[in-house]
Design a protein around this ligand. Structure first.
Ligand code: SF4
Length: 383
């Protein structure tokens, strides 16, 4: 069989200049994306008895060259949204527009050129690599699948990638078990870079790693972004990591985006009560600041996405909830006094300088029962 002619790939990151300079140009547009997973019952004749509403009407734009952080508790739908973006999950409804092209309904064959340009890095560096295959062939897989390079040319490119991510190219024939956790995540990064993508969706890429190794991988991702002009969607539940890497941050709760803003703006003046509670619960390195900080306790579990609360989905746990909150869903909009680009979905956003007071368990029991709550009940609560 004749050896395929090596294909010259465009520079990594497409048109973006090789520096981390987010532009105003939209690379990815997520329009009203909905993802429901059907729940079926029955042995022979399965019938749908409900659905898990994992993602519900999400609208987001990702600019070329930026890092958009996605945060929220486990089960809020951020990983499902990541898989919808990369078409690993088909959408229930809505659109994903990548570089001006609606990719949400493309066939597998039509999707191939776009697969090359959008890649994923997964959370688990142990589980995402086949232990029976050598590292060289794992990293070279995308090159083989897309017919980009064969034989010695593929080996050369793989070894170049290994060098780029800080692995020894001489370890080409080793198995994943011969690498540490951080090195395995570097293998995942090299595999994602193989086709020189424009967009990389990083799904909790450092959550499974030790703190010191986390820093190495984050530095590597930042260096690669600067070198290749990559665009990242960065999913994590560690707020310190998200604050460090992101240009903008979107906060998700129960399948919806509840706040979106520039990183400094969101961390400095969170307007949604859920964001304020999340930030108050995160670790503060400075002991002085930690002593002065105020922690907001959220009682109750995250409600089931099978039967989410009416109105604002956060109303069963929100210390600022009032009766309208269980009846009317607040739109995601720029609130008066906020800078352009700071969107909040809340009827009673946290005011700048306001200290959000946690509510009592009794308050939350009332809220969970959709009982009308008079203004001020929450503020009286301890917490
Ligand atoms: Fe809380 Fe109401 Fe705002 Fe929802 S809309 S976050 S329940 S104050």
């Amino acid at each position: 069989m004749p050896e395929p002619v090596p294909v010259e790939l465009p520079p990594p990151g497409g048109e973006t200049p090789p520096a981390h300079r987010p532009s105003a140009e939209t690379l990815l547009r997520i329009e009203n994306v909905v993802k429901h997973f059907p729940i079926k019952r029955g042995i022979f004749f399965k019938r749908q008895i409900g659905s898990v509403q994992a993602v519900e009407g999400v609208n987001l734009e990702v600019h070329r060259g930026e890092t958009l952080g996605l945060v929220g508790e486990t089960g809020c739908g951020k990983s499902t949204l990541a898989r919808c973006i990369t078409r690993l999950h088909p959408l229930t409804s809505g659109r994903v527009v990548f570089d001006g092209v609606d990719i949400s309904r493309l066939s597998v064959r039509q999707m191939r050129p776009y697969r090359r340009r959008m890649q994923m890095i997964f959370q688990d560096p142990y589980g995402s690599l086949n232990p029976r295959r050598r590292v060289g062939s794992i990293i070279g897989d995308p090159l083989a699948i897309h017919g980009v390079a064969e034989g010695s040319e593929r080996k050369r490119r793989v070894q170049e990638l290994m060098e780029t991510v800080g692995l020894n190219p001489e370890h080409y024939n080793r198995f994943p078990s011969e690498f540490s956790g951080g090195q395995r995540q570097r293998i995942g990064v090299a595999r994602a870079l193989a086709l020189r993508p424009t967009l990389i969706v990083c799904d909790e890429p450092v959550s499974a790693l030790d703190v010191s190794v986390q820093a190495q991988i984050i530095n590597l991702l930042e260096d690669l972004q600067g070198e290749f002009g990559l665009t990242y969607v960065f999913i994590a539940h560690d707020l310190a990591v998200v604050e460090h890497v992101s240009d903008r941050v979107a906060v998700m709760y129960l399948g919806k985006v509840v706040e979106l803003a520039d990183t400094a703006e969101l961390f400095g003046s969170p307007r949604h009560p859920y964001t304020a509670a999340l930030l108050s619960a995160s670790m503060v390195a400075d002991p002085e600041k930690a002593r002065a900080s105020h922690r907001v306790v959220l009682y109750g579990d995250v409600p089931s996405p099978i039967n989410p609360p009416t109105g604002c989905r956060f109303h069963t746990r929100c210390p600022k909830a009032q009766s309208i909150c269980s009846a009317e869903e607040p739109p995601l909009e720029v609130k008066p006094g906020d800078p352009a680009g700071h969107f909040t979905a809340c009827h009673f956003p946290v005011q700048r300088g306001e200290t959000l007071v946690g509510a009592t368990p009794e308050f939350h029991q009332a809220a969970a029962g959709f009982v009308a709550i008079s203004p001020g009940t929450a503020a009286e609560g301890g917490g």
